[in-house]
Design a protein around this ligand. Structure first.
Ligand SMILES: N[C@@H](CCC(=O)N[C@@H](CS)C(=O)NCC(=O)O)C(=O)O
Length: 238
């Protein structure tokens, strides 16, 4: 039995973390038997982040390492039929989505003064009221520090929006021509990119990043198509 441990639903998203959603998509696509457990406190996980998988009694953290494992146990079910060029292109889009666009998504939720109250309710609602404000404000300081160290936090909001637009345009240009990220067919990279897009585009209420992403009809069409094909949606509740 496999257990996928994810964050509880929030912001209209049944799987609020794009990293958790992509793993859920992969498990479903591979037809593996699994259940989902939620953990609201990332500090209680093996690497301080979600998702992690419990497989054969062992805990395995990090979505990319989980994909390696799933590929192994499914005899190449995720990466097996990809050409080196497809893997190269897919890896580049993975890094764009997870190491650049993702951080703009984090900032659009955590560092926008008007949006932050939703973070307090969505992520810290499980903490008793008296310490909730303190815990959420101190986590926000950590996010701001990390965003600054990452580099994107040194730019103005207008500049951050332009960076986001360039990332989204790159994805839109590919999927509007090919329907998928690589190889004109559904691959593991669609779980990664569509999982990430769902986190912004289905997020309620919308953030500034949701507004930019939802301005691309081709991205909405792509997101709907991938969710339909895989049979896993980002919105709703667990
Ligand atoms: N590289 C990790 C990233 C996972 C990640 O950043 N998860 C976020 C939720 S979207 C998290 O748990 N953040 C909690 C924290 O940083 O304290 C993966 O691919 O699994």
């Amino acid at each position: 039995m496999i257990t996928l441990v994810t964050l509880p639903s929030a912001f209209g998203l049944r799987n609020v973390s794009p990293f958790c959603l992509k793993v859920e998509m992969a498990l479903t696509h591979l037809g593996l038997d699994f259940d989902i457990k939620t953990e609201a406190d990332p500090r209680k996980t093996p690497k301080g982040k979600l998702p992690y998988l419990i497989i054969d009694g062992e805990k395995l953290a990090d979505s990319e390492l989980i994909f390696e494992k799933l590929d192994n146990i499914s005899q190449g079910g995720l990466y097996g039929k990809l050409t080196p060029e497809e893997k190269a292109m897919g890896t580049a889009f993975t890094r764009l989505a997870e190491d650049h666009l993702y951080w703009l998504g984090v900032a659009s939720r955590w560092l926008d003064d008007d949006w932050f109250p939703h973070i307090v309710e969505g992520f810290f609602g499980f903490i008793p009221g008296i310490v909730r404000g303190f815990a959420s404000r101190s986590a926000r300081k950590e996010v701001a520090k990390t965003f600054h160290l990452q580099g994107l936090g040194r730019h103005t909001l207008e500049e951050q929006k332009r960076f986001a637009g360039r990332d989204l345009q790159a994805i839109a240009d590919i999927v509007s021509k090919h329907n998928y990220i690589v190889g004109d067919r559904l691959t593991v990279y669609d779980f990664i990119v569509a999982g990430m897009l769902s986190g912004f585009m289905d997020n309620q209420p919308p953030t500034w990043l949701s507004d930019i992403a939802n301005g691309y009809p081709s991205l909405r069409q792509y997101l709907e198509q991938i969710q339909r094909e895989v049979g896993v949606r980002g919105s709703g509740s667990l």
